[in-house]
Design a binder for this molecule. Structure first.
Ligand SMILES: O=C(O)c1cc(C(=O)O)c2c(n1)C(=O)C(=O)c1cc(C(=O)O)[nH]c1-2
Ligand SMILES: [Ca+2]
Length: 709
C-alpha cells in the first residue's frame, strides 16, 4: 500500500511528478456532490455524508444482512489506529473507499473491502495542546465533496485533503481568538459547495460560532455567532441584536458566553435550511454569568440558518438560561411523520436536558416534548409556550453553596453519540444515559486567562474524598439502548448497559440496530423488539456509530473502536466499571467473514510507589483543587484515571523524583503538555503532595483487597 502520510506543511510537493494514484482507488475518488447526496437512496451501497443522508437518519436501506442471518457475521478486516485514545468518527464510504478519522484528527483512507490503507493525512495537531481540549483528542469524522476530504482539527483548523493521493489541498485557521481554548471535534457538513464547521470549548470560556468556507478554495463565505458579543460594540446582525436583550449585566462578555456548535447539524434542501445545535453557556453558572436573568439566546438551541447567507431564520431554545451544561448539540434527525392525521416535516432531538423534542422544521414551532430519561430540573414542557416549566430544586445558585442534585447532569440523558431513525419501525434508537450530578454554587471566581482551566463558575461532580463516595456516583450512572416512538412520545423497548457512553446507533432495512458498547462489545439487535441477535468482542469501549455499505455486491458493517472521550478521561473512577482499556481500531464485519481478531496489547499497569511526604493537609487540599481544575479533564477527577492517559497514582519512583520536570514539559514528546510558567513552584509541590496522597490511598486500597482474598 502507498501510505502517504504527514507531509510537513512547508514542503511543496514536486509539481513536475504527477502523484500516482494508490492502487485500489477509483479514477475519481470522493466524487460526491449535493445531487448525489440528495439521491443517496439510489446508491445505498455508499455512505456519503456523516448521517448518510442530509436528513441524518443513519438508516441504511441495505438488507443483505438481516435479522435472519446476522448470526453469521464474522470479521472481514481489522486495522489498528495510531493513538489509543477516544475514537468517535463515523466513516464515510464512497465507491469502495472508506475515509475515517482517529485521535488528533488523523485521517485514514482505506480500501473498504480489504482494510488496506491507501493513504493517511496527519494534520500535525500539536500533541502538547491536548490540555486545551475539554474531552480528549477526539474527532467525529470527515466529509467529502468533489474529490476532496475535509477534517476539522483539535487545534481549530479545517483541512482539505485531495482524495486521489492524500496530499493537502488547503489548511486554514478557523479560530477567531487564539487566546481562548477553541478546538474542533465535530464532522464538517457540506451543501452547495460550502463546508460548514463549528467548534468546542465552552467549558474553558469561549464565544460560539460556525463558519462557511468555499469547498474548492477554503475562502471564508460567512460566519454566524450563536451568542452576542460585547454590548459596547455593534452586533454582527439583527438576530444578535435581539439575542442581546436576553442577557443581563456584562460578566458573560469576558466569560465568553458559550453556545459552541461542537457537533450536530442537518440540512433540508427543499426548505433550504441548515440546522445547527448550539451548546451550553460559558460560564455554566447562570447567576455569575447573567445575574440569573434572561433566556440567554441562542444557548442550548436548534437554530435554522439560510446556508447561502448565514442568516438566522428561526430558533427553538430547549433550555432557556442554561446552567447545567445542557447542550442542544446532540444529533438531530429530519423525518416526515404522521401526527394527528397530518404529514409533518419534523426535526427530532434528544438533547442532554432529558426531553425528546419533535419540532416543525419549517417554522421552529414545538409539536411535542416528553422525558426520555429521569429529569428533575423541569416538570414538563408547556406545549402552548414551548417553554420548560422549571423546578426550583435544580437552581443551585439559590442554595447558599449547598450541593444540589440535578437529573440529568452535564453528560445528559444522551450525549453526542448519534441516534438513528428507522422509517419501517417508526422508532428512534437512542444511546441513553441515566445520569445525575451535584452542582454547588461557588463565590464568583472571575475570569482566568489560564487556557486549560475549566471555567464554569460552579463546582460540579465533586466526588468527595473517599472511594466509597466515588463508587456511589459511578453506581448512579448507567446507560441503555432506548427504542423510542417519536409520535406517541413513549418507550417501546430498552436494553441496559453497565455505564454511560455506549456507542451511537445504526438502523437498517434488515430489521436491525447495530451498536457498540462501553464494555467492549459490538452488538446487533432486532429493530422491532430489541432481541439481541449477534455480538462480538471489540477489545475496547465503543462510542462511535457504526456504518454499513456494499462493495462488489457484498454488505459490510464497520465499527470504529476506541475508549476515551469526556467520560473515560474525566470520570475515570466510573468509566473503569466498563472494564475496558483503550485500544483504537477499525473492525469491519461481513456474512461469513473469517478473519482472526489480532490480540490487543494493552500497556502494563504499575503498582503505586509513593515517596515519603511531609506536606500539610492544607497543601494536599490546595493540590486537589489545582488538580481537579487543570488536570482532571485528562487524568480523571480525584486522579482516578480511566486509563486513556497515565494514572498518576501509579507513577514509578523515578517519575515521582522528576515530578517538577514532568510538569515543566519533560515528557512533551510523549504528549504531556508543559505547564511551565503556569504553576508556581509551590503549586507544583502541592499538586505533587495531592498525587502522593492518592497513591497512598490506592496502595492501601489494593492491600486491603489483597487481604480480603
Ligand atoms: O461545550 C463545549 O464546547 C463542548 C465541547 C465538546 C467537544 O468538543 O467534544 C464536548 C462538550 N462540550 C460536552 O459538554 C460534552 O459532554 C462532551 C463529550 C465529548 C466527547 O467527545 O466525549 N465532547 C464533549
Ligand atoms: Ca459542554
Amino acid at each position: 500500500a502507498c501510505s502517504k502520510s504527514s507531509a510537513p506543511e512547508n514542503v511543496t510537493p514536486d509539481a513536475t511528478q504527477p502523484a500516482a494514484a494508490p492502487v485500489g482507488l477509483p479514477a475519481n475518488p470522493a466524487n460526491v456532490d449535493g445531487a448525489r447526496i440528495v439521491a443517496a437512496d439510489k446508491e445505498p451501497g455508499n455512505w456519503m455524508s456523516t448521517g448518510r443522508t442530509y436528513d441524518e437518519q443513519r438508516y441504511s436501506p441495505l438488507k443483505k444482512i438481516t435479522d435472519q442471518n446476522v448470526g453469521q457475521l464474522g470479521l472481514a478486516w481489522q486495522y489498528k489506529l495510531d493513538y489509543d485514545r477516544g475514537v468517535e468518527a463515523t466513516p464515510i464510504v464512497v465507491d469502495g473507499v472508506m475515509y475515517t478519522t482517529g485521535s488528533f484528527s488523523v485521517l485514514y483512507a482505506f480500501n473498504a473491502a480489504t482494510g488496506e490503507l491507501l493513504w493517511k493525512g496527519d494534520p500535525q495537531v500539536d500533541r502538547l495542546k491536548a490540555g486545551e481540549f475539554c474531552c480528549d483528542a477526539v474527532n467525529r469524522g470527515a466529509a467529502v465533496w468533489k474529490g476532496k476530504v475535509y477534517v476539522g482539527t483539535n487545534d481549530g483548523r479545517l483541512v482539505a485533503w485531495n482524495a486521489k493521493d492524500g496530499s493537502k489541498a488547503w489548511d486554514i485557521d478557523t479560530v477567531v481568538d487564539r487566546s481562548r481554548s477553541y478546538g474542533i471535534t465535530g464532522a464538517p457538513r457540506i451543501m452547495k459547495d460550502k463546508v460548514i464547521i463549528g467548534n468546542g470549548g465552552a467549558e474553558f470560556g469561549v464565544r460560539g460560532y460556525i463558519t462557511a468556507y468555499d469547498a474548492e478554495t477554503g475562502k471564508q463565505l460567512w460566519r454566524f455567532y450563536t451568542v452576542p458579543g460585547d454590548p459596547a460594540k455593534p452586533q454582527e446582525n439583527k438576530a444578535l441584536e435581539a439575542a442581546l436583550k436576553t442577557w443581563d449585566g456584562t460578566n458573560w462578555v469576558k466569560q465568553g458566553g458559550g453556545g459552541t456548535v461542537w457537533d450536530s447539524m442537518a440540512y433540508d434542501p427543499d426548505l433550504n435550511l441548515l440546522y445547527i445545535g448550539t451548546g451550553n453557556a460559558s460560564y455554566w453558572n447562570y447567576k455569575t454569568r447573567s445575574n440569573a436573568k434572561g433566556d440567554n439566546l441562542y444557548l442550548s438551541s436548534i437554530v435554522a440558518i439560510n446556508p447561502d447567507t448565514g442568516e438566522y431564520v428561526w430558533h427553538y431554545q430547549t433550555t432557556p438560561g442554561d446552567a447545567w451544561d445542557f447542550t442542544a448539540t446532540q444529533h438531530m434527525i429530519l423525518a416526515d411523520l404522521d401526527i394527528k392525521g397530518a404529514k409533518r416535516k419534523v426535526i427530532m432531538q434528544a438533547p442532554k436536558n432529558g426531553f425528546f423534542y419533535v419540532i416543525d422544521r419549517a417554522t421552529g414551532k414545538l409539536i411535542s416534548a416528553e422525558k426520555y430519561a429521569p429529569v428533575t430540573w423541569a416538570d414538563k414542557v408547556d406545549l402552548e409556550t414551548g417553554r420548560p416549566v422549571f423546578n426550583d430544586s435544580a437552581k443551585y445558585w439559590e442554595k447558599n453553596g449547598k450541593p444540589t442534585l440535578v437529573r440529568p447532569g452535564f453528560w445528559g440523558g444522551h450525549d453526542w453519540q448519534p441516534m438513528s431513525y428507522n422509517p419501517n419501525t417508526g422508532l428512534v434508537y437512542i444511546p441513553k444515559h441515566t445520569f445525575a450530578v451535584e452542582y454547588r454554587d461557588v463565590k464568583d471566581p472571575g475570569w482566568s486567562p489560564r487556557k486549560h482551566f475549566y471555567q464554569l463558575g460552579v463546582a460540579a461532580a465533586e466526588m468527595g474524598d473517599s472511594d466509597k463516595d466515588m463508587k456511589y456516583w459511578s453506581d448512579e450512572w448507567t446507560g441503555s439502548l432506548l427504542a423510542w416512538d417519536p409520535i406517541k412520545q413513549e418507550k417501546v423497548w430498552e436494553k441496559p448497559y453497565v455505564t454511560i457512553f455506549n456507542g451511537g446507533t445504526l438502523s437498517t432495512a434488515g430489521n436491525l440496530v447495530f451498536e457498540g458498547s462501553a464494555d467492549g462489545r459490538v452488538i446487533a439487535y432486532r429493530a422491532t423488539d430489541g432481541e439481541k441477535l449477534w455480538e462480538s468482542p471489540a477489545q475496547s469501549g465503543v462510542m462511535a456509530a457504526p456504518v454499513t455499505y456494499e462493495v462488489n455486491g457484498e454488505q459490510y458493517v464497520t465499527f470504529m473502536v476506541g475508549w476515551g472521550g469526556a467520560f473515560a478521561t474525566f470520570a475515570g473512577h466510573a468509566s473503569l466499571k466498563a472494564g475496558v482499556r483503550p485500544w483504537a481500531q477499525v473492525l469491519t464485519f461481513k456474512l461469513g467473514g473469517k478473519a482472526e481478531l489480532a490480540p490487543a496489547n494493552y500497556p502494563e499497569l504499575l503498582p503505586p510507589q509513593p515517596p515519603e511526604s511531609k506536606a500539610t493537609a492544607e497543601q494536599v487540599a490546595h493540590g486537589k483543587d489545582l488538580f481537579n481544575g487543570h488536570c482532571s479533564q485528562c487524568h480523571g477527577i480525584n486522579a482516578v484515571s480511566g486509563g486513556i492517559v497515565p494514572d498518576l497514582r501509579r507513577l514509578s519512583s523515578e517519575k515521582h523524583a522528576m515530578f517538577p520536570g514532568i510538569v515543566a514539559g519533560a515528557f512533551a514528546a510523549k504528549g504531556m503538555p508543559s505547564f511551565a510558567g503556569i504553576f508556581t513552584p509551590e503549586e507544583v509541590e502541592d499538586l505533587h503532595a495531592y498525587l502522593i496522597k492518592r497513591a497512598v490511598d490506592l496502595k492501601t486500597d489494593l492491600a486491603k483487597n489483597e487481604n480480603a482474598k
